[in-house]
Design a binder for this molecule. Structure first.
Ligand code: 3UK
Length: 527
């Protein structure tokens, strides 16, 4: 068999995927389209114009050569704080094709987060969009280790100039389907992010099983994701899925809002739209006042947190479109339990995506046969290899190919999976992980605050937002002005979605004998 080949047997259920012994995933996702005659087709469209598959392959190879010219050694990590733009594609795939490991980071993070990731990853290069210079440069100053190469995507000496100057002739680095390919950082229950190591084969697995298998994405589709590329959800929706099918991705670096999404949909006429529940709720509110042209869409998808049935029903009423809710994770790379175009149930996550297996365990680790709730474990072709530098956490979470999702689920009598919540205290806000510890830590930095606890609370749309319980220092009094000061303090030091939406001033926090805050008691106290 020639190198860098995938063979998909769709006659089997689930589809079977085979790889050549030598396999670099950049070849079937980037170079294959030129070889198959799609070089002139649009790969990426946006306010910047159109990038064809031919141009994409050219830029990816040049970028790989530019990274090699820096002197990076095979397997070197390249941290990316890059907005949604064509350079994200060039860098991600150029690194993989040249044998380096791209690590896209959440671009809403702050300097201390980046400083941690720079140290933890042992990266050799950091590449960032000029928009994020403030946080990234201050992280580089704070970090105890300094990567050898720090580059902006644009400007003099930036990545774009290096790409222009590099050769377009690049042999793919030798790799196997099981080799390390890229990482994503995921936040854990302690709030400390973990590097999730994915192999080359994980990308095609999500494309074959979910993108082609459930959504039926083909060459004629145009994919628009409100979730950005740094998020595993957006990385699939707006990059790997369209690249697998030879379809088109729409990119925008603007903050997702109802108007932004409606404008993009009217202008670029996507066939598939990928959102998160919080945004669907905001879009529904906006639809009371306007009627944007959504006629290009054939399907909408929701993930990141549970989609309330009310939002599904109102969206269907207003737009005539179905939203397919599905649960995915950074560790499994994309969606593994989902509703389908011909099989959906509002308020449920759906059924296992063919290619994935699920089991629900009780507190003894025994599989639950009936419809009781328990811990959801998943097995499948896209499960991460490990957490970087964290063998204990890897051993706890991944066992015999099964991975603990950290979620509590029910499988009902009809085989639909119903989400019940996290096994721990983490919150999903706007589809992005939010650690209560991090918000508490920020609150405690304020001069008036003695202690703080943060829990998730459902807002009027049944979507989870942080709520703070604050114990003030002696001599301080709860007042509207102090609440405003705490709010500003949080907004100033945390990623924008993390500030508490409600403040409660209390005399003491409920605690265990060992001094651990009992957040579940605060949750039940919510009016
Ligand atoms: C929660 C959901 C209920 C759940 C993701 C699509 O969200 C993604 O990855 P993360 O690592 O978070 C994983 C956790 O988020 N969750 C996600 N989707 C749903 N809960 N219903 C849902 N539909 O707690 C899960 O364990 O940030 C989503 C594709 C790729 C992804 N990485």
């Amino acid at each position: 068999m020639a190198d860098n080949l995938i063979i998909v047997d769709r006659s089997a259920t689930p589809a079977r995927i085979g790889y050549s012994d030598r396999f670099n995933v950049a070849v079937p996702f980037i170079d294959r389209h030129v070889a198959e005659g799609r070089g002139g087709n649009p790969a990426i469209v946006g306010a910047f114009g159109t990038v064809t598959y031919g141009e994409l392959a050219d830029r990816v190879s040049r970028c790989g050569n530019a990274l090699r010219a820096l002197g990076l050694t095979p397997g070197a990590r390249v941290l990316m704080m890059v907005k949604d733009c064509p350079e994200f594609f060039y860098l991600f795939w150029g690194a993989i094709k040249a044998g380096f490991v791209p690590v896209p980071l959440n671009t809403l993070l702050r300097a201390p987060d980046y400083a941690f990731m720079i140290e933890d990853s042992g990266c050799d290069a950091v590449v960032y969009s000029p928009e994020f210079a403030g946080e990234v440069e201050s992280a580089l100053e704070k970090a105890r280790t300094r990567p050898a190469h720090v580059l902006k995507t644009e400007g003099p000496g930036g990545l774009a100039a290096l790409i222009d100057a590099a050769s377009a002739d690049l042999e793919p680095a030798p790799a196997t389907a099981e080799d390390d390919c890229f990482w994503l950082y995921s936040s854990g229950s302690t709030g400390r992010p973990k590097g999730v190591v994915h192999a080359h084969r994980d990308i095609p697995a999500t494309c074959v099983h979910y993108a082609a298998g459930v959504l039926g994405i083909d060459e004629t589709d145009i994919c628009f994701s409100a979730a950005k590329l740094f998020f595993a959800y957006g990385l699939g929706n707006a990059m790997t899925f369209p690249l697998w099918a030879g379809a088109t991705a729409v990119l925008s670096d603007a903050r997702p809002s109802p108007d932004m999404t409606f404008d993009i949909i009217a202008k670029f006429r996507p066939t598939l739209y990928f959102g998160v529940p919080t945004l669907y709720a905001a879009q529904l509110q906006a639809l009371d006042a306007k009627s944007p042209d959504l006629s290009s869409l054939r399907l909408c998808v929701s993930a990141g947190e549970a989609l309330p049935a009310g939002i599904f029903n109102r969206w269907k009423e207003k737009t005539g479109l179905v939203i397919l809710d599905g649960i995915g994770s950074t560790e499994i790379l994309h969606i593994f339990i989902s509703n389908a175009p011909d099989d959906y149930r509002p308020g449920a996550s759906g059924r296992t995506v063919p290619g994935y297996a699920a089991k629900i365990l009780d507190e003894n680790g025994d599989e639950i046969g009936g419809t009781d709730s328990g811990a959801l474990w998943i097995k499948g072709d896209s499960v991460a290899k490990c957490y970087w530098n964290n063998p204990e956490r890897t051993a706890e979470t991944i066992r015999d190919g099964w991975i603990d999702t950290g979620d509590t689920y029910i499988r009902d009598a009809d085989g639909y999976f119903i989400y019940c919540g996290r096994n721990d205290d983490m919150m999903k806000v706007g589809g992005i992980w939010c650690s209560p510890f991090e918000i508490e830590a920020r609150l405690i930095e304020h001069a008036a605050v003695l202690e703080a606890a943060v829990v998730g609370r459902a807002d009027a749309d049944s979507l989870i937002k942080p709520e703070a319980f604050v114990v003030l220092k002696d001599g301080e009094t709860a007042a509207a002005s102090l609440e405003k000061a705490l709010l500003d303090h949080c907004k100033g030091g945390l990623a924008p979605y993390k500030y508490p939406r409600w403040f409660n001033f209390v005399d003491a926090l409920p605690k265990t004998a060992t001094g651990k805050i009992q957040r579940f008691k605060l949750r039940s106290q919510v009016p």
